[in-house]
Design a protein around this ligand. Structure first.
Ligand SMILES: [Zn+2]
Length: 484
């Protein structure tokens, strides 16, 4: 009896493994996202699989062969508007494989890679279809259309340039970011806030905003940084919304890059989370030819910022300005090692606009009226800093130098619909007298010499100002930093 039981069990197990080897993975569904220069398809899988992707012409189509796979979801719910795909169908192939055919109305340059499952997503196969445009002379080229929507003209009539603010909405496409109260998605909130901020900046004479993401698609880290550089941005600012298990956690936080450790444990955890979210959401589109090669090196290969001091100062202006519109989790600018902020030479800030997991914050984040107030306060903070310290060659710098002049170029070239400075909103911008000393709270891993270079002051001055007997410093200790 015992013997027969064991045999029966063995037989069932053999059958299981046989079935497993036939079908190793199921396709649970497919999602599509349209970015300015490509269409991304994300196939959700319940296990990793092997695949082959082939382009065919006459008619244009892509054949995706998924080894040992079956379809368990639906393909017909896919949104194909504004994509090169005209239809998608599937059939079984050689008993074990699944063949998915995508009919195209034009040729594309396909790139593909797989992403392993993580706490947020199952295994995925990602296919990016880059548009190919045929130039007038007949040559074809991958369509790397400049994906930035410039909101205002760059050069003033006088030839003085605008101050350029790169406005980035965190997450997007297949990376929704945090999910909050009433299923509110972080990627929607960040885009709505970014658009509001960019629109307000675009109305100011002497300022121009460029949107780093202007739709529901994902922009890779390297691409964000490259776009900011290509547009000669004077400031990079990225919006996010916080999330916490503790539903009572609320308020906004402003972060600047720290090349060495974070100013608080909270900042370190958050940087881990946001950096990881970027790993989940995409993989530097435009840099990966095929498969997931070199992901980590792509992400880590950023220059260090030379403008932490500026970032901290602009951040403080934002903290002061936001004070009247929202609860602030911290009254100072936090520092954390966000990958996206490592944009060499461009002051960069990351704004956690509020907690999407807190009922009151989520209601605000979802409210167009609140977002308008929040954006106005952000822009007040930004202009408060640039009006003080305008970059050379800009209209704002020229105006500052010629404040008592009769012939201000700005006065005869005000943009239509422009809002005069200082009248952006009724929100008063607190003007604070520039203190002779700044304070720096030492983070783990920092040394006296890198703090000195961060603020562009000499080691000697820091030592004497703080009456230090040695260069031994400890995390949490607060240093007085003389203005450089
Ligand atoms: Zn985020």
């Amino acid at each position: 009896m015992m013997k027969i039981g064991n045999l029966a069990l063995l037989w069932i197990c053999a059958l299981c493994s046989c079935m497993q080897s036939a079908i190793a993975a199921k396709v649970l569904g497919v999602r599509s996202y349209r970015a300015p220069e490509y269409t991304r398809l994300v196939f959700d899988l319940d296990a990793p699989l092997q695949y082959q992707l082939e382009s065919r012409t006459d008619p244009h189509r892509l054949i995706l062969n998924l080894k040992h796979a079956a379809l368990s979801g639906h393909l017909d719910s896919l949104t194909l508007n504004n994509t090169p795909i005209t239809g998608i169908s599937s059939k079984k192939e050689n008993e074990n494989d699944l063949l998915i055919e995508m009919a195209l109305h034009s040729t594309v340059e396909p790139r593909s890679f797989t992403l392993a499952k993580n706490e947020q997503y199952s295994d995925r196969l990602v296919i990016d279809l880059y548009d190919i445009v045929v130039k007038p002379n007949g040559t074809a080229e991958t369509d790397y259309i400049d994906p930035i929507s410039a909101i205002s003209a760059s050069l003033d009539k006088s030839g003085k340039r605008d101050i350029v603010v790169a406005v980035s909405a965190g997450h997007g496409g297949d990376d929704p970011g945090a999910i909050g109260v009433k299923q509110l998605q972080e990627k929607q909130v960040t885009l709505a806030i970014a658009r509001e901020v960019a629109a307000l900046i675009g109305k100011l004479p002497g300022y121009k905003a460029v949107m780093i993401r202007d739709g529901d698609y994902y922009v890779g880290l390297r691409q964000k940084v490259n776009m900011a550089h290509d547009q000669h941005a004077d400031l990079f600012i990225e919006f996010h919304a916080d999330a916490a298990d503790n539903k009572s956690a609320k308020g906004a936080t402003i972060y600047a890059l720290s090349s060495r450790g974070a100013t608080s444990e909270q900042a370190r955890l958050l940087a881990d989370k946001e950096n990881r979210a970027d790993l989940i959401g995409g993989v530097g589109a435009g840099n990966l030819k095929d498969k997931d090669e070199g992901l980590v090196s792509v992400l880590l290969d950023f220059g260090m910022t030379a403008s932490v001091g500026d970032s901290l100062e602009i951040g403080q202006k934002l903290v002061n300005s936001l004070d009247t519109v929202t609860h602030l989790r911290r009254r100072n600018v936090e520092q954390a090692a966000f990958v996206v902020l490592k944009s060499a030479n461009i002051p960069s800030l990351l704004v956690e606009s509020g907690y999407i997991t807190n009922a009151a914050d989520a209601e605000n984040l979802d409210s167009p009226a609140w977002r308008k107030k929040f954006a106005a306060a952000m822009v007040n903070g930004i202009t408060a800093w640039f009006d003080d310290r305008p970059p050379r060659g800009t209209l704002i710098a020229w105006q500052k130098d010629h404040e008592n002049d009769q012939s201000r170029p700005g006065t005869n070239s005000v943009k239509s619909n422009s809002v005069p400075h200082g009248q952006l909103s009724k929100i008063p911008v607190k003007t604070i007298a520039k203190p002779a000393f700044k304070q720096h709270k030492i983070a783990r891993g920092e040394t006296l010499s890198n703090i000195a270079s961060m603020y562009a002051v000499s080691l000697e001055i820091i030592r004497s100002t703080n009456q230090l007997k040695s260069d031994n410093i400890r995390p949490g200790q607060v240093l007085k930093i003389p203005a450089s």
